[in-house]
Design a binder for this molecule. Structure first.
Ligand code: ADP
Ligand code: MG
Length: 244
């Protein structure tokens, strides 16, 4: 998946300035940078929740020119191939955990209920929540709710899972439960794009780091070099110092 020469303006504020980025399949790309730099706007552009006014988007054989009207069929294709996990989980409150995970596969993918439930149970076991299938979201901790949201996303078999600060609402112990699941997915070569402020986690999970500042890409590459003490970009050194 890649975006090329993408610009996005809100009012008269250009928040993405002609940026190009590649998100390699089977890899974990981590976006870091100060608040307000444009990370969420990039992520939301990848599943078309935001529409940049110019630039291109490529995913497999699908090509979208943001300066043209996007076809409904293309929007559906993108939504099928990407799954978004939000900071605030966005679980359906009136559904059990199991129903939260089976809803999409049954309603959108047309899966048989029994098959969807069997897979949902496997996925809940994978995220360590086999015993919570019949619980309602309000009875879960934040870390458990976020793991349900990840299982729900996996149930749709997206090519890419996009996660926008998935642990920033969580206390450190609960955050760890979620990060362990993401590390496991990364190990299994699930394609991931993660926005996070947790640099220790970013360093561990990332195949590739993207540093965004003020709507521009200041770094795009190897995680090791990004975190190296002798990184020759003063802006990045300042950012790393401000976060540690
Ligand atoms: P980040 O995720 O890095 O904190 P965002 O992508 O959320 O940054 O925001 C980038 C900039 O765009 C910020 O200045 C933000 O205020 C602005 N912005 C984001 N969404 C909107 C919107 N819907 N309307 C107006 N401005 C927005
Ligand atoms: Mg954000």
């Amino acid at each position: 998946m890649k975006i090329t020469k993408v610009s996005k303006t809100f009012g008269n504020h250009q928040v993405l300035k002609n940026i190009s980025l590649d998100f390699p399949a089977g890899k974990t790309t981590v976006l870091v940078g100060p608040s307000g730099s444009g990370k969420s706007t990039i992520l939301r552009s990848l599943d078309l929740l935001e529409r940049p006014e110019s630039g291109n988007f490529d995913l497999d054989e699908l090509h979208i020119d943001f300066s043209q009207k996007i076809k409904d069929a293309d929007i559906l294709t993108v939504r099928k191939k990407t799954g978004m996990v939000f900071q605030s989980y966005n679980l359906f409150p009136h559904f059990t955990v199991l129903q939260n995970v089976t809803e999409g596969p049954v309603q959108v993918l047309g899966k048989k209920k029994a098959d969807a439930e069997a897979e949902a149970k496997q996925l809940l076991a994978k995220v360590g929540l086999a015993d919570k299938a019949d619980f309602y979201p309000e009875t879960l901790s934040g870390g458990q709710a976020q793991r349900v949201a990840i299982a729900r996303s996996l149930a749709m078999h997206p090519e890419y899972i996009l996660l926008d600060e998935p642990t920033s609402a969580l206390d450190p112990e609960l955050e760890m439960e979620v990060l362990k699941v993401l590390l496991e997915l990364a190990k299994e070569k699930q394609s991931l794009v993660i926005v996070t402020h947790n640099l220790a986690f970013a360093r561990r999970v990332a195949d590739k780091i993207v540093f965004v500042e003020n709507g521009e890409i200041l770094y795009d590459g190897d995680a090791g070099k990004f975190f190296a003490q002798d990184n020759d970009n003063q802006r990045i050194r300042d950012f790393l110092n401000s976060m540690s």
